[in-house]
Design a protein around this ligand. Structure first.
Ligand code: HEM
Length: 136
C-alpha cells in the first residue's frame, strides 16, 4: 500500500485504484457534504450552495471519480469541467478554500483512510481548492 501511494503521480497507481473504486469516492463525497451541511465552521460556504445538495453531491462524485483516475463521468456528461470558470460566480478567498478543505479532511478522517494516502490526497486537493480562489 505505502509503495503504491508513492507511485501516485508517476501514473503507475491512481488514487482511484488506491481508494478501491467508486464506492469509497461516493462515501467520501456524501460525508464531505454532510459535514458542510451540519458543521457551523462551514456555514459560509454552505450558504453559497443550493438548499438541496443532491446535484452538488452527484457532480462532485462524478468529477472526483475522473480526477482520481477513474472513469471520466463528469466530462462524459458535462464536457470540459472549466472548474475555475464555474466557480467565478462565487466569492472564494482563503477562508472559503480552508472551509472546503476542512470538510474534506473531516470526511477523510471519518473514513479512517490510510494516513499517507490522506496526506497525498489532501495535498493535491488543496492545489485545486487554492486554484479556485478568485479573491485575495
Ligand atoms: C475552494 C472552495 C470551494 C468552494 C467555496 C466551492 C463552491 C462551489 C459552489 C457554490 C458550487 C455551485 C453549486 C454546486 O453545483 O454545487 C460548486 C460547484 C462545483 N464544485 Fe466547488 N467549491 C470549492 C472548491 C472545489 C474543489 C476544490 C473542487 C474539486 C476538487 C470543486 C468541484 C466542484 C464541482 C465539480 C462543481 C459542479 C460544477 C458544475 O458542473 O456546475 N469545488 N462549488
Amino acid at each position: 500500500m505505502l509503495d503504491k501511494i508513492e507511485e501516485v503521480g508517476s501514473n503507475k497507481s491512481s488514487f482511484y485504484q488506491l481508494f478501491g473504486g467508486t464506492e469509497n469516492i461516493r462515501i467520501l463525497v456524501e460525508t464531505f457534504y454532510d459535514v458542510m451541511d451540519t458543521d457551523p465552521k462551514a456555514l459560509p460556504i454552505r450558504a453559497l450552495h443550493p438548499a438541496d445538495l443532491t446535484s452538488s453531491r452527484e457532480k462532485l462524485f462524478m468529477f472526483l471519480t475522473g480526477w482520481t483516475g477513474g472513469p471520466q463521468l463528469y466530462i462524459e456528461r458535462y464536457g470540459h469541467p472549466r472548474l475555475r470558470q464555474r466557480h467565478m460566480p462565487f466569492s472564494i478567498g482563503e477562508s472559503e478554500r480552508d472551509q472546503w478543505m476542512y470538510c474534506m479532511i473531516q470526511a477523510m478522517h471519518s473514513m479512517k483512510l490510510d494516513e499517507k494516502l490522506m496526506q497525498k490526497l489532501a495535498e493535491q486537493l488543496y492545489g485545486v481548492a487554492d486554484f479556485m480562489r478568485n479573491q485575495s
